[in-house]
Write a protein that binds this ligand. Structure first.
Ligand SMILES: [Cu+2]
Length: 468
């Protein structure tokens, strides 16, 4: 915020100098002051001051655990300054990862403009290697598309390149490098872009809340701080905007708000995004708004690699509704992977023997993995628990790509702060049955069929292969 205020003051200062001197060769020729974000919290919606005209004001987007990049106007052009640089991203409290990002965070700031805006983006490379930015999904001159070697030379270390184009169509976009993509995207280089319609668009609803975030995945060995960039499939950290539950903020809505959630996928696999409690429609894709006659209701929609989707719904059910990727491995932390299955294995007597050799040895998952969420296992430094988060009824047992949609009848318009736990009306919470439970009547089965499963259970834990 200090940098932002400095930026605004610097802008005001530049205008004053210009007016006073009549000529200021440096004021508008210089690069816009880069704005750096130091917090991983969700920044409130950002409305540009004093910018008027068609399509303005618009209802600004809110980036989940992210922020929107301020710009300056220069002769009718919106100027932004992105700094590609190493950052430390707090993925959850106590879990910091060395990443590459933009302007202090990964992902980079959201760029938010209006259809027809002339945009100039300065990109300064403070990485240890060359980079570019590709403006994913945009209509633009070929030489602005950012593919290293094809459309432009790579931006050398320490240099600044300028991209200029008109934001031609309204919709949901992303930006990411197109130079050493494998490394740079595995390190967290990506950002969101929203172009609002210039006038009322027949296929674009006006909404009360407009959220956006990117799906990203990392491979960070427990205890390590830097992602393994050569991983192709075996990622262990699954995140919304480089943030994992319980580090993710909730999406907040007032009862009966129309809510849009824009999601872009820059991981190596697809993510079926599921929202509890309501039905939504996909109102926009990578290619633009979907005509209302082509939409259908869903509660889960798959977002493939490289795709963007706009989900829209009326938040007409109050409560704390889970919103998550439906791949169950994507809603847990790093410690859940490569653990041998222990269900049904009788450890009695074994633990004490092993602990003579390995004092910290613990049995995991003998009765399923649910105990893991309460287990006070000593974790390697800088790791977040496999299943975490505390709800009003106890441990949540989730991590990674999981957050809550909180709908409240008294949430003030424009208020994005966490309203706390939902207060359930009396008689609307699942409860324990107190009466006797009758035994189930089961068909009789041949003796061989019941004996076989036990005979097949492993009695020895075999060493587990690990291909890293
Ligand atoms: Cu997923």
């Amino acid at each position: 915020m200090e940098r932002r205020q400095f930026f605004q003051r610097a802008l005001a200062g530049a205008a004053t100098t210009l007016a006073a001197a009549g000529v200021s060769r440096s004021a508008l020729a210089a690069l816009p002051e880069p704005v750096i974000q130091t917090s991983p919290a969700t920044a409130g919606p950002w409305t540009p001051p004093g910018v008027t005209g068609a399509g303005r004001p618009y209802n600004p987007v809110v980036t989940l655990n992210g922020w929107t990049l301020p710009f300056r106007m220069n002769n009718g052009v919106k100027e932004f300054h992105l700094i590609a640089e190493p950052v430390i991203r707090e993925m959850a409290p106590g879990f910091n990862v060395n990443m590459w990002g933009y302007n202090g965070q990964s992902p980079g700031p959201t760029i938010e403009v209006v259809e027809g805006d002339k945009v100039r983006l300065f990109v300064t490379n403070r990485l240890p290697e060359a980079t570019t930015i590709h403006w994913h999904g945009q209509r633009l001159p070929n030489g602005m598309d950012g593919v290293s070697g094809v459309n432009q030379p790579p931006i050398p270390v320490g240099k600044t390149y300028v991209y200029e184009f008109t934001a031609k169509r309204p919709g949901t976009f992303m930006y990411h490098p197109h130079a050493d993509e494998m490394t740079q995207m595995a390190m967290g280089m990506m950002g969101f872009w929203v172009t609002h319609p210039r006038q009322k668009h027949p296929h674009i609803n006006e909404v009360d809340r407009d959220y956006c975030f990117l799906l990203s995945a990392y491979d960070v060995e427990p205890g390590a701080r830097t992602p393994n960039i050569n991983t192709m499939l075996d990622f262990n950290i699954w995140s919304f905007n480089s943030r994992v539950y319980p580090g993710l903020d909730p999406l907040v809505a007032r009862l009966n708000d129309r809510v849009r959630v824009r999601v872009g996928n820059l991981t190596m696999t697809n993510h079926p995004i599921h929202i509890h409690g309501i039905e939504f429609e996909v109102t926009g894709t990578d290619g633009g708004p979907v005509p209302p006659t082509a939409r259908w209701p869903e509660v889960t929609t798959d977002i493939a690699v490289g795709q963007m989707r706009q989900l829209e719904f009326i938040a007409d059910e109050p409560g704390d509704w889970a919103m998550h990727c439906h791949k169950s491995h994507h809603t847990m932390g790093a410690m859940g992977h490569d653990v041998p299955t222990m269900i049904g294995v009788d450890h009695r007597g074994l633990v004490q023997q092993i602990q003579r050799v390995v004092p910290d040895y613990m049995v995991m998952g003998e009765r399923g993995m649910y105990d893991m969420k309460e287990m006070q296992m000593e974790l390697p430094e800088n790791t977040y628990p496999m299943m975490a988060g505390q709800g009003q009824f106890g441990p949540v047992g989730m991590g990674g790509m999981f957050t809550l949609l909180k709908v409240r009848d008294n949430q003030p318009a424009g208020d994005y702060s966490d309203p706390g736990d939902y207060k359930h009306p009396a008689g609307t919470v699942a409860f324990e049955y107190q009466g006797p439970t009758p035994e189930a009547v089961r068909p009789s089965v041949p003796a061989a069929a019941t004996a076989a499963p036990n005979a097949a259970l492993p009695s020895v834990r075999k060493p587990q292969g690990h291909n890293h």
